[in-house]
Design a protein around this ligand. Structure first.
Ligand SMILES: Nc1nc2c(ncn2[C@@H]2O[C@H](COP(=O)(O)OP(=O)(O)O)[C@@H](O)[C@H]2O)c(=O)[nH]1
Ligand SMILES: [Mg+2]
Length: 223
């Protein structure tokens, strides 16, 4: 972060207190990994219920019960208590209740006039390890039915490294016999092409993209 950005962030913090971020995505889409990265932590977050009471995190992690995976719960990393996260699995098969809970949460928290309860950003994770069906009913329901008001929605295409084997598989037969480093440099330019292919998005899905950034860390992936 540049000095200027750091100062801006500190000014904003002074004005608004803690930042509240909702992260949405299916189980195993890399949500917790992203949050650890943001907070520069290797630990699990501490969990508080909507009333500020600490929740036993082993109970939450160990349970598949919907009741405990509650979007109202606040996740805070000890390394950065200025950021509060809310975690939702969005709409997965059989989780209509969870979707409705998330939809109500967005409707209320995006617009509440109680500043300390308001969400400031939504991170929407779409994992690329299922890139052939990346946009599913769950994404359509979120973008069609949830109203984030003025809260920015940042779509994160996680597990981007999963596209690397796909790109390697598309190399010409003669290139496939090259040493790994050469194969990787030939495969890399194919990744954006695979990513941009229309069959990821499906015919009925279109969103207005403001800007996009490719996070460079995916290159550390193991092949
Ligand atoms: N290959 C790969 N694996 C990842 C990536 N991000 C997370 N994972 C792994 O995916 C699994 C699920 O990640 P997690 O963050 O717990 O997902 P969550 O259920 O959405 O919170 C873990 O084993 C992570 O180490 C990624 O970018 N690439
Ligand atoms: Mg998680």
């Amino acid at each position: 972060m540049s000095t200027e950005n750091t100062e801006n962030f500190e000014n904003l913090q002074e004005k608004f207190g803690r930042f509240r971020i909702l992260i949405i995505g299916p189980a195993n889409s890399g949500k917790t990994t992203i949050l650890r990265g943001i907070c520069d932590s290797t630990e699990n977050p501490e969990i508080y219920d909507g009333d500020g009471n600490k929740v036993d995190s082993s109970q939450v992690e160990g349970s598949m019960g919907r009741g405990l995976h509650d979007v109202e719960n606040e996740l805070v990393f000890r390394s950065n208590d200025k950021l509060i996260f809310h975690d939702s699995r969005g709409f997965e098969a059989g989780s209509k209740d969870e979707f409705l809970q998330m939809k109500n949460f967005v409707a209320e928290r995006a617009k509440t006039t109680i500043l300390k309860k308001r969400i400031h950003a939504i991170l929407y994770c779409i994992p690329m390890d299922k890139h052939h069906r990346a946009i599913q009913r769950s994404e359509e329901m979120f973008f069609d039915e949830c109203d984030p008001g003025n809260v920015p929605v940042i779509v994160l295409f996680t597990k981007f490294d999963a596209l690397l084997p796909v790109a390697l598989g598309k190399l010409a037969p003669t290139d496939r016999r090259l040493p790994l480093q050469e194969r990787l440099s030939k495969a890399e330019p194919l990744i954006e092409e695979i990513f941009g292919r229309a069959d990821i998005w499906g015919p009925s899905f279109s969103i207005e993209v403001c800007s996009k950034v490719l996070c460079p860390h995916w290159r550390h992936a193991q092949v």
